[in-house]
Design a binder for this molecule. Structure first.
Ligand code: GLN
Length: 544
């Protein structure tokens, strides 16, 4: 029997509902259950693919090619269960589905309404494609009381009634703030938030209370009384030293016990948290540290590079070192060349991550030149690979005007728009000037690695599958000239048309990949490229 746990949030946003859901998933998994996590996003965009990472944070890409909310990244990192297209839905997608049905005449003349048509579509999504799992954790984005969230709250209310108490449970995440002037923690915001939730018909079963200090027993009893939950079901969620400590902290507070008790699963064995303990230990007591410069555009909002920052931490876990990140806005390198040296001198590795558009591109190319000439480990991801290829074309192969068609017409399209390619034996077509949403090369693609290359050595195999999200490709028409200049094409699409990995053998560590390896890295299973890059940074740190 599959049970559903609905997770809502109250009081304020940014309480870490996604992380809380992911950690609960990991905890149930540690007790031997199979879990699946999904997210309902109340915004009107069909998917976050067209949203600015400045505003919304990273777009997380699933293996089956969906552009989804970054919380799905947390889910995958904590549980190792690959997220799919079926695990994230937005108001936009729900309405798109309902309106398409209405146009087809599927509603047989009925007036199409939020209740029941929209709520039915939401419920159908929640229950769809669940597979053989013990628990589905469903996180509702936003905060209770948001107008746009109402249909989602109504849908989970109905779902809870239809499934019954032995199959559905509601967790509400709130904030218990400390008011310095009064010298006390305040429970009133939680009371109000639950009142709001109950006014739309949802009685939470468990309260998860974020707080920066322990919540006294008396406050817990008060919240239990006013919010109509059992005192043991008021769980404190205190701040922790690393996000990977959350599953352990939740277990200590009895969160999983309360969940299992609700479902009558009282004879479950205690969780095996050994792998989390080991990860936490490695994160908290490293044996050294390295500094990596991340040269990008969206450096003001770290969430724009969420998976990347985590993957670098995982690379540190693999090498027992702390990885300090220096976020550098590449456009500053364009004003004055000396600034490049000033910012990058002494770092142990340089990484240019994914990016879009011309702004800051020349600065990124300068960062590549610095890394190549000074033999500093370089990792180029997606746009970062494209910039590395343009840099090599200009400065090693003598193609002075080498550029990308992403930046406008060019005589030397070393990076260009591919309009047709193969995916899982099917031809994919992309039109110039087509819709922006969902028209990139998206999701998992297989690549064949060159025997004897550094990439093959790092992966330890010759066939890999990694996730993509980009429009442009390195143009194989330039392959021969780039190879003569010393660049190795160490990973290609199986048909040999699309370059997937490039490397410079005459360098301590210089690799560019067209895909996003950061999306698949896990704390307990660091991605080999990140582990190897940080290993190279450690070697570099012994030199400088
Ligand atoms: N802008 C580049 C492209 O579309 C790279 C995209 C990326 O880095 N994700 O190909």
């Amino acid at each position: 029997m599959t049970r559903f746990i609905f997770i809502t949030g109250g009081v304020v946003s940014s309480l870490g509902k996604g992380l809380a859901s992911a950690a609960l998933g990991a905890l149930l998994q540690a007790r031997g259950y199979k879990v699946r996590l999904r997210k309902l996003d109340p915004y009107i965009n069909v998917d976050p693919g067209t949203m600015s990472p400045y505003q919304h944070g990273e777009v997380y890409v699933t293996d089956d090619g969906a552009e989804t909310d970054l919380d799905l990244g947390h889910y995958e990192r904590f549980t190792g269960v690959p997220a799919t297209r079926a695990d994230n839905v937005t108001t936009g997608r729900i309405y798109q589905t309902v309106i398409a049905r209405e146009r087809r005449g599927d509603y047989l003349g009925a007036t199409v309404q939020v209740i029941p048509h929209i709520t039915d579509a939401i419920k159908a999504f929640i229950r769809s494609d669940v597979g053989e799992v013990d628990f589905v954790l469903v996180e509702v984005g936003g905060t209770v009381g948001d107008i746009e969230g109402l249909p989602f709250f109504e849908a989970i209310r109905q779902a809870g009634i239809e499934m019954g108490r032995d199959r559905a449970l509601f967790v509400h995440l709130t904030l218990v703030p400390f008011i310095a002037a009064a010298g006390e923690l305040k429970t009133k915001p939680t009371q109000h938030s639950v009142k709001e939730l109950r006014s739309i018909g949802i009685q939470p079963d468990i309260l998860l209370c974020r707080s920066d200090r322990p919540i006294p027993e008396s406050d817990r009893r008060k919240m239990a009384l006013f919010c109509n939950v059992r005192p043991e079901a008021v769980i404190q969620a205190l701040d922790v030293r690393t996000i990977y400590e959350v599953p352990i902290a939740y277990h200590r507070e009895g969160f999983d016990d309360q969940i299992l008790r609700h479902f009558g699963l009282t004879d479950a064995p205690p969780p095996d948290l050994a792998r989390w303990q080991e990860v936490v230990e490695r994160v908290l007591s490293p044996e050294g540290e390295v500094t990596i410069a991340v040269v990008g555009k969206y450096t003001v909002l770290k969430d724009a590079y969420k998976s990347l920052a985590e993957a670098l931490t995982h690379g540190g876990i693999a090498n027992n070192v702390r990885v300090n990140l220096e976020w550098v806005d590449s456009s500053i390198f364009e004003t004055d060349e000396r600034l490049t040296v000033q910012h990058l001198d002494g770092v142990h590795g340089i990484l240019v991550p994914g990016g879009f558009g011309e702004r800051g591109a020349e600065g990124k190319i300068r960062a590549v030149t610095f890394a190549r000439e000074r033999k500093v480990p370089y990792f180029g991801i997606c746009f970062g690979m494209q910039m590395a290829v343009i840099e090599a074309a200009r400065n090693l192969a003598g193609i002075n005007s080498a550029s990308s068609t992403e930046f406008g017409a060019t005589d030397e399209p070393v990076v260009g728009l591919m309009t047709e390619w193969m995916h899982d034996n099917q031809i994919q077509v992309r039109r110039q000037g087509g819709d922006l949403g969902g028209t990139m090369r998206l999701g998992g693609y297989v690549a064949a690695l060159k025997p004897g290359s550094r990439a093959a050595e790092i992966y330890g195999r010759l066939s890999i599958r990694e996730r993509h999200r980009h429009r442009f490709e390195v143009n194989t028409a330039y392959r021969e000239r780039l190879e003569q200049a010393g660049m190795v094409f160490s990973g290609m699409s199986p048909d040999g048309l699309l370059p997937e990995i490039i490397e410079l053998p005459d360098h301590p560590w210089f690799i560019g990949v067209q895909y996003h390896p950061e999306l698949c890295s896990k704390p307990f299973e660091p991605h080999p490229l990140f582990a190897s890059f940080i290993e190279a940074a450690v070697r570099q740190s012994r030199l400088v």
